[in-house]
Design a protein around this ligand. Sequence first.
Ligand SMILES: N[C@@H](CCC(=O)N[C@@H](CS)C(=O)NCC(=O)O)C(=O)O
Length: 193
Amino acid sequence: MLTLYFTPGSSSLAAHIALHEVGATFDARPISLQKGEQRNPEFLALNPLGKVPLLLIDGRPLTEVAGILWYLARRFPAAGLLPAGDPEAEAQVVSWMSFVASTLHPARGAAMEQALAAFGVAETRLGERDWAVGAYSIADIHLFRLFWRFTGSRHPAPGTFPRLEAHAARVMARPAVRRTFEAEAAAGYELPG
Ligand SMILES: N[C@@H](CCC(=O)N[C@@H](CS)C(=O)NCC(=O)O)C(=O)O
């Protein structure tokens, strides 16, 4: 039994997309960050950091976007969200996800100059490829979530990151991603800027 604790539009969007991509049956539990529900004792008992996403696997907590994405890709290999049998490509997926979590995530809310520089690195790294590492993978889901949130909150001029914008459009066109956005909209957005 899988249970996702999520806040629409937040970091948990990546885990939510991956659950739809792999076709897993799961229970979705919205958490209101605005109301401080992430600091409820019951939630802190599951994630002492008080952050979403949180995935319960038969009641056992798994936290951090990268860990959850990796778990889902490995548990549901038929979805093809990880390069198969290629250690270097797998390592590139880990490298992208570490970069997204440790550099892009903090940059999103940093001074605009710093944010633009960090996303500029992502733009250059993506290059002319359709996907971060070969085929569509969990690295693309993680990258997409941060870029989507960055553009929605900091409004860089359209055309500043043409490759990331085209990448986001490719991700957004996926049926599983559209279904996730519909589910999150139904739960209600309450995102700060
Ligand atoms: N390193 C974490 C970051 C998760 C995170 O920052 N979640 C935010 C929402 S985007 C959160 O739950 N914030 C609540 C809070 O800090 O009170 C991950 O990759 O999962």
